[in-house]
Design a protein. Structure first.
Length: 158
């Protein structure tokens, strides 16, 4: 019997929710593939990937030597790196200060589904900082462009 994971949550961005998209015959936009996982578990998974990359690519182990004498507060009880929230992103949203968008043939901002070439038009990007999500760019016509990079000031002022 298949059971729902204890780490599953409702995806905070409907356009990126695979279950909702597939139920309506569409593909979800990429860039938020872990949104259906609780934030705490996402951070554990990302810490594990970080440790794995250090070992496989750099042949490094995460220990006190590599951490440069960091205290144990930077590691979990399991010895994984502690991933913490950025200011203003306790819910895992509104933290990205940069976002790269594709452009639909009609000139709308869009995103590609994960590992696909299609462009899905979007009207918001909840992972982006509010300076981006509240800007009028989602209504602008970008006809003729292939992609648009948006960059906002950091969370601590311009």
């Amino acid at each position: 019997m298949i059971e729902r994971s204890e780490h599953r949550r409702t995806h905070p961005w409907p356009a990126a929710d695979a279950h909702t998209a597939h139920a309506s015959g569409a593909l979800p936009v990429g860039g938020a593939e872990l949104g259906h996982i609780s934030l705490a578990h996402q951070r554990r998974l990302k810490a594990h990937v970080f440790r794995d990359q250090l070992a496989r690519i750099g042949d490094l182990t995460l220990d006190r030597t590599l951490l440069g004498g960091f205290d144990r507060d930077h590691l979990t009880a399991e010895g994984e790196p502690r991933v913490t929230a950025l200011d203003g992103s306790s819910d895992g949203l509104h933290w990205r200060t940069r976002a790269d968008f594709a452009v639909t043939p009609e000139g709308q901002l869009g995103m590609h589904p994960h590992r696909e070439h299609e462009v899905i038009p979007i009207s918001d990007m909840p992972l982006a900082v509010e300076a981006l999500t509240e800007s009028p760019v989602f209504g602008w016509d970008f006809s003729g462009a292939e992609h648009v990079d948006l960059i906002a000031p950091g969370a601590r002022g311009p």
